[in-house]
Design a protein around this ligand. Structure first.
Ligand code: ZN
Length: 161
């Protein structure tokens, strides 16, 4: 079976930056997604289209096709008082902000000052040219329920929503 719209794809991938360093590696921890519904970067879905289990593909993406350009406007100053009193805030920590519609938005603490915390909302890999090595492990049809939910259900995951 080939990767196509509405197929559930199981894959492993490795991401390397322009210096050749591995920045993410899912070997041994495969990921599952539904092709064609926007769960994966469009450029990756395009590269995987038509591939079968066992096939590998490697492609290099500029920031605008990967996780975006680094954007200075994504740096925000959050009042120190917005954080818990006893919180030990340190540069390099990843925290989550809750958006008005209830989503969790990760940010990286760049700097902790007396009155403000400098928060970076850029994707950790923003601004990077990245090489993706993808290996397709399995391709199957999505169930109607999976398509309705917009995500993959495991063989023994019981859930209701
Ligand atoms: Zn579901």
């Amino acid at each position: 079976m080939k990767v196509a719209q509405n197929k559930v794809v199981t894959l492993e991938y490795q991401i390397r930056n322009a210096q050749g360093e591995v920045v993410e590696d899912t070997s041994g921890h495969p990921l599952q997604y539904i092709q064609g519904i926007g769960q994966l970067l469009p450029a990756l879905e395009k590269a995987l289209e038509g591939k079968e289990a066992g096939e590998e593909v490697e492609l290099t993406l500029a920031p605008d096709q990967a996780f975006g350009e680094y954007d200075e406007n994504q740096i925000q100053h959050i009042p120190r008082s917005a954080f818990g009193e006893g919180m030990d805030l340190q540069p390099g920590m990843v925290m989550y902000a809750r958006t008005p519609d209830g989503h969790q938005l990760p940010f990286l603490i760049r700097e902790v000052r007396d009155d403000v915390v400098v928060a970076d909302f850029n994707h950790p890999l923003a601004g990077e040219t990245l090489t993706f090595h993808l290996k397709v492990l399995e391709v199957r049809d999505a169930t109607p329920e999976e398509l309705a939910h917009g995500h993959v259900h495991g063989p023994d995951t019981h859930h209701s929503h």
